[in-house]
Design a protein around this ligand. Structure first.
Ligand code: GTR
Length: 419
């Protein structure tokens, strides 16, 4: 048995290495080649959408195409969903914030699958506040050095091979990505949960994640969706909680995510229109970047390296993205008419910044139907310059990351679009 598993593992490793070794990645704009994007406004019957009311049928079509070909089905909320306050601190962050640590149980039973979220709110707001909601990579304790954050139960699974205590390794480790004080100081709430509470991010993570544990409650088999879908589903469950909290302005919840979690944020925003605005930070291939552009990461590579992120059907487009009935500008269009921010970074060529810009650009016609302005220019802006109105874009100087510069743009974007 062990021997068999060993040989399967070797075979997978050899296949992945072989297909990666075979593939060349392009970083030369002159080699991108020609491609034609599927028209966002043309219905499958050939009719062209002429106004916002007609867009609804095209929207349904596109959503279904993404479900059938890329991310899989997305179930609704389970009946037994309920919340439990684990820790409430009215004097968090030296009195500047209120923090609520809430367990979101996905079933009636307290022994069942759950996700732990933390919500920071500005201490003296005096009114319901807009909230930035996004998943984190390393457990809630990683977003801030705040010692009252309860350690993630799930994260240690990924730290098995080290002797260092979990606490030492991860508390505050990703604080520069979260800017909690900045957001609180400007009057916003911050809600987050660990993405591994939904599904741990490795090939077999689904076996212990919600795709397995909730299949009966949700009426969906594990292969009908994939990890990005599970993470997106979790974002909607955060929204379920936020709707119940009187200190939150549930009409102003902004879903955001970086990188693979940016892909999940886009998919959550596309499915769940309760999210008032959507932010994709360096989400790249399978996120905001056009799949048909041969630049940086490819469909083949993402499906080979991360087979658990997308459904099996998506793998049939490996080396053949032009056969996809969708491209990622259509995913962005599903956010319309809600405010959408797409951000890239100059050194993040793997995510194809120009492909992200062009996807945003090609989502514009849908925003126009609603009388909303998009990017307002044809060419990419210079680095560190935010452009656009309801659709915004910037390319930050530097690496694949989410940093203070990005957050400051997101804050302005929310202020100008939602308040
Ligand atoms: C990379 C992957 C990207 C992106 C990134 C991340 O390895 O190829 O699509 O999602 O990981 O999540 O940091």
């Amino acid at each position: 048995m062990i021997k068999r598993a060993f040989f399967i593992a070797i075979a997978i490793f050899v296949c992945v290495s072989f297909s990666e070794a075979q593939e060349t990645f392009n970083y030369d704009e002159s080699k991108v080649g020609e491609y034609t994007l599927p028209p966002v406004l043309t219905l499958s019957n050939g009719k062209v959408v002429a106004n916002a009311a007609e867009w609804q049928s095209r929207r349904e079509e596109i959503l279904n195409l993404f479900r059938q070909n890329v991310y899989g089905r997305i179930p609704t909320k389970p009946d037994g969903l309920h919340f439990e306050m684990r820790r409430l601190d009215e004097q968090a962050l030296s009195g500047r914030a209120i923090s609520k640590q809430i367990r979101i149980y996905f079933t009636k039973e307290k022994t069942g699958p759950h996700m732990d979220m933390i919500l920071y709110l500005p201490a003296k707001a005096g009114h319901p506040v807009p909230v930035f909601a996004g998943l984190n990579f390393k457990g809630n304790q990683s977003i801030h050095a705040d010692s009252s954050i309860i350690l993630s139960e799930k994260h240690p699974e990924l730290l098995k091979n080290t002797n260092k205590p979990h606490d030492q390794l991860t508390r505050g480790e990703q604080a520069e990505r979260w800017e909690v004080e900045t957001l609180i100081g400007k009057g916003y709430g911050v809600a987050t949960a660990y993405y591994g509470d939904l599904e741990l991010d490795y090939l077999e993570g689904w076996k212990k994640g919600i795709r397995t544990t909730l299949q009966t409650e949700l009426g969906i088999t594990p292969e009908e969706w994939a990890a990005i879908g599970a993470w997106a589903w979790g974002l909607s469950r955060i929204m379920d909680y936020l709707e119940t909290d009187e200190q939150v302005d549930a009409g102003k919840v902004i879903v955001h995510g970086h990188s693979r979690l940016g892909k999940a944020a886009l998919w959550a925003g596309a499915n769940d229109t309760r999210f008032a605005a959507v932010i994709s930070n360096n989400s790249g291939e399978g996120g905001a970047a056009l799949s048909r552009r041969w630049f940086g990461e490819t469909t083949n590579r993402i499906n080979t390296r991360f087979p658990h992120w997308f459904i099996d059907k998506y793998k049939t487009y490996n080396n053949n993205a032009s056969a996809l009935p969708v491209d990622q500008h259509m995913l962005l269009a599903l956010i319309a008419p809600r405010p959408l921010y797409v951000a890239s970074a100059t050194e993040d060529l793997w995510a194809d910044p120009k492909g992200e810009f062009l996807a945003a650009k090609n989502a514009e016609p849908v925003y126009t139907l609603f009388g909303k302005k998009g990017l307002g220019r044809e060419e990419m802006p210079p680095a560190d310059t935010s452009i656009g109105e309801t659709i915004r874009y910037h390319i930050r100087t530097g690496k694949h990351n989410i940093l203070l510069f990005d957050w400051l743009q997101y804050i302005d974007f929310v202020k100008e679009n939602l308040e």
